[in-house]
Design a protein around this ligand. Structure first.
Ligand code: DGT
Ligand code: CA
Ligand code: CA
Length: 574
């Protein structure tokens, strides 16, 4: 049953990959990916639904056209459009996107310039140094490709999006927590540091002697393989492909072990060196002077032993946290409860799944003081982008809604496309009716660095430009960032009172941590936004917060921590 659904999902995903390589409209590509996700996650078989006479177009993200395609696959096992596209573009190219972490444009270049159509072709070309000379590549990327290829085949080396890791970790932790004699349980590693992708899960527990936690792990119904099982350490692989390392540590060593297994490795090595400088020994069992244990029960004790204040997990990358800690200048990181509203949400007016009223109600339920509506502009035809007339109608609908509401304010906004030449995709006399704008690059990702930068800077010259959406355009593991001079953009943003968006979608998390840090250093403030396409997406805010914390952002660096009055003042350009 689920097998057929998986086949359908796979066909849609492959079609999306190939269309993306061909440079098809991103919204069309996304429609196939969304459909793949819907079908892949359904517990009922598509064949059964069809047999029952159900209308598939009632499923989320499935329109008439997709419903018809699903029926064709169920009936014939084939998707003619995919076959047609495969005639033009070799199917193996879609694997290259996954293996090499390459964007569609680069895969296309590899194919066109060097005839590369398989992982083996790619490996050979990289070995021979033929890739570095291609436009948009270079020696560093060639090296990255080689090291990624070394990680294949199989799932080894595969990284999981943080949201997928959460979906695996949370039920597993809840399950293990039921073990008799168990005390603390925490997921350490990159998961605790809130990295955007996670290689494996490192779970740490403290427990009374003789706890059956290892047996309980091995008996978990999601385990597909037990790699090793001992009394203090076990490793298993789950059906999702995720590896889990479970360690049992004694209470007295909990802090030292938690610190050690939270990492990062680079951070650990630096802390251990600080300990050595002080005549101490630090490892996962504790802090020792000679043979005497002098600390390790809590992480605070570990840091204290090397004269540092507590350092938050997200900062532990050996990227300035020691200097800042020693000087008492660690940032007071932003937390989720400081967020007062979401500044990027879609509705059914364009490609959102829920209505204006639903999104606003969901924002109200989350205790927000404000929420903005940012549907697409007209150029994004596949998403039924708004023209002036429809945007004005939405503005009036929001005005009427605001009259009814007394505990939340709906801000009038848009996600307006930045056109090739840097013009905005809607006329100024409708933009001026809005509270602010979010401006986005959605096509022509392949411009030269100079042209892409000029394009965005020119857009920022428009006095109605407020926030640059998902500034790099990358999709994690699927599309490389476009070439752009981020420093120039940030400099200009600081000068003219514009802001950058940290898009909290798990595929984007764009800005990344280093861009956040750069913004902080350059005095550019950030909007953390979910880009919600359905009410549940408002909860993606936590991933944006994780990324912001990794980028050292404090509440003051983030505009949507501000009360409405202050926010409105900030959104007035200077
Ligand atoms: P991941 O799983 O690739 O997303 O990244 P992590 O950071 O979770 O790394 P992982 O799972 O290999 O190891 C978990 C932690 O254990 C890591 O963050 C730091 C610590 N660790 C692992 N290997 C070493 C090592 O060779 N030296 C030191 N000092 N610590 C290590
Ligand atoms: Ca890990
Ligand atoms: Ca690990």
């Amino acid at each position: 049953m689920a097998r057929l659904n998986a086949e359908i999902a796979d066909k849609f995903n492959r079609l999306a990959d190939l269309l993306e390589i061909e440079g098809a409209n991103p919204f069309r590509v996304r429609a196939y990916r969304n459909a793949a996700r819907t079908v892949g996650s359904m517990s009922r078989s598509m064949a059964d639904l069809i047999a029952e006479g159900r209308d598939l177009s009632e499923l989320p993200d499935i329109g008439d056209d997709l419903a018809e395609k699903i029926e064709t696959i169920v009936r014939t096992g084939r998707l003619p459009l995919l076959e047609e596209v495969e005639q033009r573009t070799p199917a193996a190219l879609s694997d290259l996107m996954k293996i090499g972490g390459l964007g569609p444009k680069r895969v296309q270049t590899l194919h066109r310039e060097l005839g590369i159509a398989s992982a083996e072709d790619l490996r050979r070309a990289a070995d021979q140094g033929r890739i570095r000379g291609l436009e948009g590549f270079g020696p560093k990327l060639e090296q990255t490709i080689l090291s990624r290829l070394a990680g294949t085949p199989g799932s080894k080396g595969k990284r999981h999006r943080l949201i997928d890791a959460e979906a695996v970790a949370e039920p597993l932790v809840a399950y293990l927590r039921e073990t008799k004699g168990l005390k603390d349980i925490v997921v350490a590693g990159s998961y605790r540091r809130r990295r955007e992708t996670v290689g494996d899960l490192d779970i740490l527990v403290t427990a009374r002697k003789g706890t059956p936690v290892m047996d309980r792990l091995a008996a978990y119904d999601q385990v597909s393989e037990v790699i090793s099982q001992g009394t203090t350490r076990s490793t298993v692989i789950l059906r999702s492909g995720m590896q889990v390392d479970l360690r049992v540590v004694p209470q007295v060593a909990y802090g030292a072990a938690l610190h050690y297994f939270t990492g990062s490795k680079a951070h650990n090595i630096a802390v251990r060196k600080l300990a050595v400088d002080r005549g101490l020994k630090l490892n996962e069992y504790g802090v020792f002077r000679g043979d005497k244990r002098v600390g390790g029960r809590s992480e605070k004790e570990v840091f204290g032993s090397v004269d540092l204040p507590y350092i938050e997990p997200e900062l532990r990358e050996n990227n300035g946290e020691f200097e800042a800690g020693a000087k008492g200048r660690l940032p007071r990181l932003i937390t989720l409860d400081r967020i007062r509203g979401d500044l990027h949400c879609h509705t059914t007016a364009t490609d959102g799944r829920d209505t204006l009223e639903d999104i606003v109600e969901a924002a109200r339920e989350r205790g927000y003081e404000y929420v903005s509506i940012n549907d697409h502009s007209r150029r994004v035809a596949v998403a039924h982008g708004l023209d002036t007339k429809r945007l004005l109608a939405q503005i009036r609908a929001i005005d009427r809604l605001n009259e009814r509401l007394d505990d939340i304010v709906v801000l009038k906004s848009v996600e307006v496309d930045i056109l090739d030449d840097g013009a905005l995709d809607l006329p100024d006399d409708v933009l001026k009716e809005l509270d602010f704008t979010v401006c986005a690059v959605h096509y022509r990702f392949n411009l030269s660095r100079r042209k892409q930068t000029e394009r965005i800077l020119r857009a920022m010259d428009n006095p109605h430009f407020n926030i640059l959406a998902h500034p790099s355009g990358r999709l994690i593991g699927r599309r490389e960032p476009y070439e752009v001079d981020m420093e120039r953009i940030m400099k200009r943003a600081a000068e003219c009172g514009c802001f950058l968006e940290l898009n909290a979608q798990p595929d984007r998390l764009d800005m990344d941590d280093s861009a956040c840090k750069m913004a902080r250093d350059m005095g550019v403030k950030v909007a953390i936004s979910t880009d919600a396409h359905r009410t549940g997406d408002l909860d993606l805010m936590r991933f944006g917060i994780g990324q912001a914390r990794r980028g050292w952002l404090e509440p003051d660096d983030v505009i949507n921590t501000r009360p409405l009055k202050e926010l409105k003042r900030l959104l007035k350009r200077h």
